[in-house]
Design a binder for this molecule. Structure first.
Ligand code: C2E
Ligand code: MG
Ligand code: MG
Ligand code: MG
Length: 279
């Protein structure tokens, strides 16, 4: 039969699908091995008040892949969520973050830590994992914040009950990437949360009047509902200044520090506290 350009197009399409599928399967197999051989590391990004005084950190997952080097979450967290590997990876993250922060606290750094959770982790078994991670590290529950995205809060039926139980332990709950999902104000009032993290897309657009108004509205909302607020992705002094002027208490971003390996985070913190240097 004659093979026209359409047939070639279909052939190419199938070849591309095959390639993508092979890559995903390889990634899934690699992830399963990585859990066994402990190839995950955490970087810690400082959370500061807007004068630059250190308050705590967010633990951010990286994968030290033996061939591909250091991989960031956008390369593998989605795949791990679909394959189910995220359950075990998430438990590793909790243990490692609690252990590290407990060690820093024993060394005199009064640091809190926030850990990101996937929707799949918000099941009753999470309670036991969090309790075990805290107990094993000898870390008070109040030093730990669990971050979940707005979308997860709205779409995961069991999420709310699990988060309420976490809070009963004394763990804080933060809504990550706030403003990018669709939680209504009425829903927010009922949600068991302590902190709103303003998504960095709004911070990046603070020079646009409309976006500054959104940030201002979130700050007012947080105040009305008695929630803490963190502005994410603060990159410039201009953004920091606008946030200060709007009364935002807390920030995180390259303006102060990137996510750092544990040793570098410790040095960053010690230098800040040691000199009392602000901003
Ligand atoms: P997120 O929780 O919103 O984390 C903030 C992300 O913004 C991090 O990207 C951080 O490196 C980046 N960031 C911080 N400051 C700035 C800035 O000033 N400018 C810009 N452009 N970016 C900034 P990262 O580390 O690549 O993580 C991406 C996402 O992956 C996280 O977004 C979180 O949703 C997810 N993630 C990270 N660690 C974990 C984890 O342990 N478990 C799960 N389930 N998800 C994780
Ligand atoms: Mg986060
Ligand atoms: Mg975020
Ligand atoms: Mg995010």
């Amino acid at each position: 039969a004659a093979r026209g350009p359409e047939a070639d197009g279909v052939g190419l399409f199938h070849a591309e699908l095959h390639r993508a599928r092979t890559a995903r399967l390889r990634l899934e197999a690699d992830l399963a091995r990585a859990v066994e051989t402990d190839e995950f590391v955490l970087h810690y990004q400082p959370v500061v008040d807007l004068e630059g005084r250190p308050l705590g950190c967010e633990a951010l997952l990286r994968w030290q892949h033996p061939e591909d080097g250091l991989l960031y979450p956008d390369r593998f967290v989605g795949v791990a969520e679909r394959s189910g590997a995220i359950a075990r990876i998430g438990a590793l993250v909790l243990r490692q973050a609690c252990r590290q922060v407990a060690r820093w606290r024993r060394e005199g750094l009064t640091v809190d830590v926030a850990v990101n959770l996937s929707g799949a982790q918000l099941r009753p078994a999470l309670l036991g994992e969090v309790r075990a991670a805290l107990a094993e590290a000898d870390l008070p529950a109040t030093a730990l914040t669990c971050e979940v995205t707005e979308t997860v809060l709205v779409t995961e039926a069991h999420a709310i009950a699990v988060l309420a139980d976490l809070r009963a332990l004394g763990v804080r709950v933060a809504v990550d990437d706030f403003g990018t999902g669709y939680s209504s104000l009425a829903a927010l009032r009922r949600l068991p949360v302590d902190v709103l993290k303003i998504d960095r897309s709004f911070v990046a657009a603070l020079d646009q009047p409309g976006d500054a108004a959104i940030v201002e509205a979130v700050l007012r909302l947080a105040q009305a509902l008695d929630l803490d607020v963190v502005a994410e992705g603060v990159e410039t002094e201009f953004e920091a200044r606008v946030l200060r002027e709007l009364g935002c208490p807390t920030g995180q971003g390259y303006r102060w520090a990137r996510p750092l390996p544990a040793e570098d985070f410790r040095a960053w913190w010690a230098a800040r506290v040691g000199t009392g240097a602000l901003v």
